[in-house]
Structure formats: structure tokens, C-alpha cells
Design a protein around this ligand. Structure first.
Ligand SMILES: [Zn+2]
Length: 223
């Protein structure tokens, strides 16, 4: 008896693929030319293709715990997210980078509560959210604000990547900070001018760059 995953593989091949065969063949013949690098949290509830209505070939994806961007420290370490950013900007020449966090993010909660002792890599990785943490008990509201602050923090880190800064300053690349609210089915986009995340239904753009310090309504500045 085939297992569940095998059945799904067969479904893809026998049902989906024949209906979209030409597109896949074109993507092989012409190569991929995605315009968007999507940096998203690994959370299973975040489904980038559903949110953006993207088709195969449209999103260059990198996902990790928390949707974090490592600091550009020139250590040239074995870093997958960093490599993906370099490849997307230098080789694919993407026109947009989206950093997408989300509500009820386990990475942000764990950054407050601490990871299991044995999870040494996770502990180190979650330090990338430190600057976004608030000096309060992690209430649902505080967690939501921290998730949003973490997105902005990553946008700011992206600007430390020389190839990103160059492309942004040349007007070839835009940066978009998103906070996906799972229970509302809506992405809130970061508006650098307003210093706030705005529901997509009320926003007139899909996010503006990172350059201004993030000023929250209580006057706190994230730098
Ligand atoms: Zn998450």
C-alpha cells in the first residue's frame, strides 16, 4: 500500500503537472527569472505561494526559523540565508526582497522563553531577534509587536549587505516588510513613512523600504 506522501507525489505528476506542463518546460528552456526574493519563517502555516498568488518560477524562496537575516559580518561562514541573498541579488537580479514574519511565531516566543538546552544552534540563531525583544512579559500584544519589530530589524540588516544597498540606492531593488496575521488571513505591510504596519486592505503599497528608524506609536525607536 503506497504511503500518503507517495500518493501525493503521484497526484502531482498525474494531475497538476499535465495541466501546467508548458510552464514548467518554459522555465527549464528559458531558466528562472524570479523578480522576488521571499525570506520567510519556516512556519508551516505561512504559505508564500498562496499569499502572493505566485506561480512556479516567480518566487526565489529562503526560509528559516523566524525569517531572520544574519548580520553581514564578512566572516564568509557557511550561511545558507546569506548565500541566498547574494545569489538572488547578484545573479538573479531580483527587484524585490520580502521579509515575512507572522502571528504566533514560535521563533519569537522561544526567543523570550528560551530554547531547549540541547538546541545549541537554535539558541545562537534566536539571538538574531534580541534587538527586537521588549523588556516586558511576552503577552500576546507584546509578541505581536516583537514579531513586527523583528521584521524591521531584518530589513535594516539587509541594508548592510553591500550588494543590497547598492541595488536599493540605484533604484533597482525595493524592500518589503510583511507581518502575516494567520487568523485574519491578511498581511500587514510595513510603511516606513508611517512607522507602522498597515493591513494590506488599507495600504496603498506592498511595503516601503527600511531606511528610517522604526518609530513606534509610543515613541520608541528601533535602531
Ligand atoms: Zn515563525
Amino acid at each position: 500500500m503506497p504511503d500518503d506522501l507517495l500518493l501525493r507525489l503521484r497526484d502531482f505528476h498525474e494531475d497538476y503537472f499535465p495541466r501546467h506542463q508548458q510552464r514548467f518546460q518554459d522555465l527549464v528552456a528559458q531558466g528562472q527569472h524570479p523578480k522576488t526574493l521571499f525570506i520567510g519563517c519556516s512556519d508551516s502555516r505561512l504559505v508564500p505561494y498562496l499569499l502572493t498568488g505566485a506561480a512556479p518560477g516567480e518566487l526565489f524562496l529562503v526560509r528559516n526559523v523566524g525569517a531572520f537575516v544574519p548580520p553581514y559580518d564578512q566572516s564568509h561562514g557557511l550561511h545558507g540565508t546569506m548565500a541566498a541573498i547574494e545569489f538572488a541579488v547578484l545573479s538573479l537580479k531580483v527587484e524585490r526582497i520580502i521579509v515575512c514574519g507572522h502571528s504566533h511565531c514560535g521563533a519569537i516566543r522561544t526567543a523570550y522563553e528560551g530554547a531547549p538546552e540541547e538546541a545549541v544552534a537554535l539558541k545562537a540563531w534566536l539571538k538574531l531577534a534580541d534587538e527586537a525583544l521588549l523588556p516586558v512579559q511576552p503577552s500576546p500584544e507584546a509578541l505581536c509587536r516583537t514579531e513586527q519589530r523583528a521584521v524591521v530589524l531584518q530589513l535594516m540588516r539587509l541594508m548592510d549587505y553591500p550588494m543590497v544597498r547598492r541595488a536599493v540606492e540605484a533604484g533597482h531593488l525595493t524592500l518589503h516588510g510583511w507581518h502575516y496575521v494567520i487568523e485574519q488571513g491578511e498581511v500587514h505591510v510595513f510603511d516606513a513613512v508611517r512607522g507602522a504596519f498597515v493591513p494590506a486592505s488599507e495600504s496603498d503599497h506592498s511595503g516601503t523600504g527600511p531606511y528610517l528608524p522604526y518609530v513606534e506609536h509610543d515613541g520608541q525607536v528601533l535602531e
